[in-house]
Design a binder for this molecule. Structure first.
Ligand code: 5GP
Ligand code: MG
Ligand code: MG
Length: 179
């Protein structure tokens, strides 16, 4: 698996440190609120698992699954709900936990859908942001790292459902895509 990685973009220690900082910031900002972390499967699972333990507040978690990319590396623009949330959102302060904000299509769709359910508030926390690629305007409240326009894998992010278990964020060798 590691032979397929061209380079490391964000190492394990750097990820750990940044997640700790985000957790502290969220802990300060959500004092006295009714925090619900909403993880968008599957890409955000590693980030979600680490981030929730870095937040020193009572909180709830829930999961939703959407599809936007399939097996390829380009956005289809179509967002399909595969698994919806279990929790009724009324009275909750939602923080959507995402792996990466790219075109913005997925998150703008999710935001609109969740806002319609009348939670107390909705904000976005994304581990990675690729602002160069934005097609619709989405403003995340928390960003872990801004990354260049390269297809990244690891720490939850996949290529064709593989590489999610890499403990760091990396870039694949071009030959992997053409195999
Ligand atoms: P958007 O709708 O913002 O274009 O795309 C969001 C989703 O596309 C992300 O949650 C992620 O699943 C996928 N995606 C976008 N860029 C990348 C990337 O560089 N690497 C991987 N593995 N997935 C990406
Ligand atoms: Mg995602
Ligand atoms: Mg994917």
């Amino acid at each position: 698996m590691k032979d397929d990685v061209l380079k490391t973009l964000i190492g394990e220690e750097e990820l750990k440190e940044r997640v700790r900082e985000l957790g502290e910031q969220i802990t300060r900002d959500y004092q006295g609120k009714n925090l619900l972390l909403v993880s968008v499967l599957k890409g955000s699972i590693a980030f979600m698992a680490d981030l929730m333990r870095a937040i020193d507040l009572p909180l709830s978690i829930d999961f939703m699954a959407v599809s936007s990319y399939g097996a390829g590396v380009k956005t289809s623009g179509v967002v399909k709900i595969i698994k919806d949330l279990d929790i009724d959102l009324k009275g909750y302060d939602l923080l959507i936990v995402e792996d990466i904000l790219d075109s913005g299509m997925t998150l703008s769709y999710i935001m609109e859908m969740l806002e319609a359910r009348e939670p107390s508030s909705v904000k976005i926390c994304t581990l990675l942001d690729k602002p160069e690629r934005r097609q619709v305007s989405v403003a995340p409240a928390y960003v872990g790292f801004t990354v260049p326009d390269e297809f990244v894998i690891g720490y939850g992010l996949d290529y064709d459902e593989k590489y999610r278990n890499l403990p760091y964020i990396g870039v694949l060798k071009p030959e992997v895509y053409t195999k």
